[in-house]
Ligand binder design. Structure first.
Ligand SMILES: [Zn+2]
Length: 428
């Protein structure tokens, strides 16, 4: 008995974040994100591994021995949210020349801070698409080991890009001989870079197909990688069991990336009708980050963004939102991704209201951040819905997110894998 107590004490002291036990949550309301139905008085039961074992009306729920359900009877539950485009190790203040003063270890520590903000905002899973020095892989592993509080992560490592492109670093003159670690030109060099990135632990590959907004000396609308290079990257990544996310603002690059078999188009800003038709035909997800434009225009200059970046955003921001509406009305598949890190972490949910403002029904915006996002990241069997066999990743809000998505900006309860991350609903 004494030995058992010591073991329990050890577990409690040394793995506070990983610790979990069988449990249950009683939800006054529960949003079934697949059907859009609002269910009343539901109890979610999970086992010690943090996996849901049953879900149904509270009156018929069978709780494990000695388990008392967490009382969320005054709230609405839904699955933990998913953001498929984050940069947890980046900050809005680290733009332009300020970015040159940030070391890789410093970036890693920034990531630990932002992982906590993100999970506490209700995003229990993220796909992180671009970080320096494999800091995202260290962060994912630290979270999985229970050493750092944060969301489940799917991570890309350094993004692949051409010399002088959006994912290179063009801030320094030639005598510094600096190039970003993901730079690879030509199909075989790009294949080798995919292999190297996978070798060091990437779950997916991020590639910069077109120019971008926050980089120096390029234009968002112009192609960077060729179709041949994109095909080589997609083929190599898929062969190794990894999906590919392509940064593509430009009309041509969007089509090249889709034709190459890439799994999601990030930003999608200048997509045309042909691009939308191709995306539908190939089943490619479109990820429109339509919240951060406001931040870039209002705060970008103060945040150290280059004047050319602000000019680029002025040209592209509104077009991106109009094309989001058009792609949505045309029936394209969409997943929720915000480019967190361009704007402050933890404010991810502000994009829901933008998606509704630009045409989506609230439930569709929520589906983009749950079922669709889970499908895109290859975790449809793990996250994105509250069903038996999925992780007990559950959030709760006051009010009805299916009629007012803004309630998701103030998440009151977060559970990840059966462990409570925050609970502001407990009796005061
Ligand atoms: Zn990004």
């Amino acid at each position: 008995m004494r030995k058992l107590l010591l073991v329990l004490l050890f577990v409690f002291l040394f793995s506070p974040l990983a610790f979990s036990a069988p449990g249950a949550v009683r939800c006054g309301k529960l949003l079934d994100v697949r059907s859009g139905q609002m269910l009343t008085d539901q109890t979610v039961v999970f086992d010690a591994s943090g996996t849901i074992t049953s879900l149904g009306s509270s009156s018929s729920a069978k709780l494990p021995n000695a388990v008392a359900a967490i009382d969320l009877s005054n709230a609405t539950c839904l699955p933990g949210l998913i953001d498929v485009h984050t940069h947890l190790t980046g900050e809005p203040t680290g733009n332009g020349y300020a970015s040159l003063g940030i070391s890789v270890p410093r970036e890693a520590i920034t990531g630990a801070k932002n992982a906590r903000l993100t999970v506490r905002a209700g995003f229990t899973t993220v796909r992180n698409v671009g970080a320096s020095g494999y800091t995202d892989i260290a962060l994912r592993d630290g979270i999985d080991a229970g050493e750092v509080e944060g969301p489940r992560m799917r991570v890309s490592g350094p993004p692949l890009g051409i010399t002088g492109g959006h994912c290179d670093n063009n801030l320094l003159p030639s005598e510094f001989h600096y190039k970003a670690e993901g730079v690879a030109d030509g199909p075989w060099a790009a294949r080798a870079k995919v292999r190297e990135t996978v070798k060091y632990g990437a779950d997916l590959i991020k590639v910069c197909a077109s120019g971008g907004v926050l980089s120096k000396g390029d234009q968002p609308g112009t192609p960077q990688y060729t179709l041949e290079e994109l095909q080589a990257i997609a083929e190599e990544a898929h062969k190794l069991g990894r999906k590919v996310a392509a940064h593509a603002h430009g009309t041509q690059s969007i089509k090249d990336a889709i034709r190459a078999g890439i799994d999601s188009i990030e930003h999608s800003s200048l997509i045309d009708d042909e691009g939308i038709a191709l995306a539908k035909q190939h089943g490619t997800y479109l990820v429109f980050d339509i919240y951060n434009d406001d931040f870039i225009l209002q705060e970008g200059a103060k945040a150290g963004m280059l004047p050319e970046s602000i000019e680029k955003e002025k040209k592209i921001g509104r077009l991106q939102r109009e094309n989001f509406r058009h792609a949505y009305q045309s029936g394209a598949r969409m997943a929720f991704g915000t480019d967190a890190g361009v704007y402050p972490h933890g404010e991810n949910a502000r994009q829901f209201a933008k998606m509704v403002e630009w045409g989506m029904k609230p439930i569709e915006a929520i589906q983009a951040a749950t079922v669709n996002a889970a499908d895109l990241i290859g975790w449809a069997d793990k996250v994105g819905v509250l069903e038996t066999g999925r992780y007990a990743d559950l959030i709760a809000v006051r009010g009805d997110p299916a009629s007012d998505v803004r309630v998701l900006e103030a998440v009151k309860f977060v559970m990840k894998g059966g462990a409570v991350v925050r609970n502001d609903l407990a009796a005061k």
